[in-house]
Ligand binder design. Structure first.
Ligand code: CDP
Ligand code: MG
Length: 153
């Protein structure tokens, strides 16, 4: 079982797409084990996007990501880190395949609606950036026996 950090970025909230994006993860069978609305500060943006801080486009990314409310969540499930990234699609909404979240809803390289951790180390680091352990609520959904065979976990 894996956990991955998901951010519904300010464009997602402003465009009233939060429910539809979260529904994609629910429909897939994933568990949402943490969820909160927040405003990302410039300091948090710099930590979150540490690998990009020196890039020429970082200042506009920081302005965007701190420019409105964000919903942060943790999505849990089998191979959740890879599968959620694939559900998002390529970074630019203009390149992301139809059927992916970015491919269906975004026509921008920056305003691509959703962030998800890109690997196990990133997931661990990013979950710790956004959530205290007491904010993460582990539970076993009653529907689990109808989502996958017992020997698949
Ligand atoms: O989010 P993802 O891992 O797919 O892409 P990234 O290359 O790690 O870039 C992080 C975020 O920066 C993207 O999701 C875009 O919102 C933004 N970005 C941008 O504003 N301009 C670029 N040329 C590339 C990325
Ligand atoms: Mg990335």
């Amino acid at each position: 079982m894996e956990r991955t950090l998901v951010l519904l970025k300010p464009d997602c909230i402003q465009r009233r797409l939060a429910g539809r994006v979260l529904s994609r993860f629910e429909d897939k069978g994933f568990n949402i084990v943490a969820l909160k609305m927040m405003r990302i500060s410039p300091a948090l943006a710099q930590q979150h996007y540490a690998e990009h801080v020196a890039k020429p486009w970082y200042p506009t990314l920081e302005k965007f990501i701190t420019g409105g409310p964000t919903v942060a969540g943790i999505v849990e499930g089998l191979e959740a880190i890879r599968v959620v990234r694939e559900m998002l699609g390529a970074t630019s909404g203009l390149i992301a395949a139809a059927g992916t979240i970015r491919g269906d809803f975004s026509s921008s390289r920056q305003m691509n609606l959703v962030h998800a951790s890109d690997g196990p180390e990133a997931a661990q680091r990013e979950i710790a950036l956004y959530f205290k352990s007491e904010e993460i609520i582990a539970y076993e959904p009653t529907i689990t026996p109808w989502l996958r065979a017992g020997d698949e976990s």
